[in-house]
Design a protein around this ligand. Sequence first.
Ligand code: ATP
Ligand code: MG
Length: 377
Amino acid sequence: MRLGEVAEKLGIEEWRLKGALERQSVQLIENFRPRYLIFKKDIAGVERGTAVFLGNELTVVRGFPKIMRAFYLVPLLRKHFASRVAVEEKMNGYNVRLALVEGRLLALTRGGFVCPYTTAKLSGDRNAESFLKEHPELVICGEAVGEKNPYVVHRYEEAGDFGFFVFDLRNRESNSAMPVLERNRLLEEYGIKHVRLFGVYRKEEAAQKIFEVVRRLAGEGREGVVIKDPEMKLPPVKYTSSQTNASDLAYAFRFPYEYGREFFFSRIIREGFQAVEWKEGEKELEERALRLGKSILLPMVESIKRVKKGEVLTEDYELEFASEAELEEFLTYLRRQGVSVVIEESERSDGHLKVVLRRLRHSSTDRIRSVLSGRGE
Ligand code: ATP
Ligand code: MG
């Protein structure tokens, strides 16, 4: 399977790659042309989410690196960054990497899979396509946002049903990222949308600006910021509002057994540190406590009641497809990933297929049911 060639291209030893394949830390996807390898874990410095397409040529698309979170901002800025920081909006959608593979524009998820839905939505994007044709060594990293997607549904005025906002241009093979201002200039030249840049600040004055921005964003139902070294030589840091945190928790507690405990823990701990750093008084703390408590308790109570009535926990997604074949391809993709869905509604309108896809949350339903029927933990 050209393992030697792949290993050499990635700069890792062949026996490591071979071992990883045997342990399934690297997986071969055979039902796609060209076939490709996916890294399910970090291996010898190659990030989880890396995909290697085994076409006539090898096309490596390195995984998108994990972004560190700031819990307590001031000392972290001082310690972590050089002299200045670029503050960008962090948009709440899902991570997409766009790359040209054998002349075709493909959209990869964070995990490294080619997502047929996202690929269909973005492959008509002439600007992105001509950009990648002229810069085939790059990968466009951005956030897909809006109300019609199968992953993260969040309304953005500027996005409509489906939007895509770029936050990184990286070298596909080395994963090095382009400096922030140069990146935006280049994207603008091609008419490609990027996330908002609030400004570039000295690191000593940045925290106050960031607190202001994050408070304002919170009021607008927006997530927060990512703080970057303008040169992109140092890893970025994310910082988000308590409101976003609460809505993440509210979402996750609808299906409490679907998420790892770390997901909840980290989101609760953040609230403590932010409250102290923002020097909150009694009234603000009270508000924060109420928001946090409600986001945990209310959706969970709702879900337990639903299961008690005999319902299965579900979640609906509104999607749009160009054809039946596109829908079928996406359903096949989801089922292969082990996602359980049914079509709740489908309607043809002006050449499009509008579908409501219902995802069944079996593991939370089953666990809640068994507790209700007398099981202890
Ligand atoms: P991670 O593994 O990166 O922590 P996560 O699922 O916890 O992933 P988030 O908490 O949403 O993700 O934060 C990281 C993600 O934020 C990135 O993977 C990217 O998709 C998204 N993002 C949105 N806006 C930006 C931006 N301006 N710069 C970088 N990433 C951004
Ligand atoms: Mg996110």
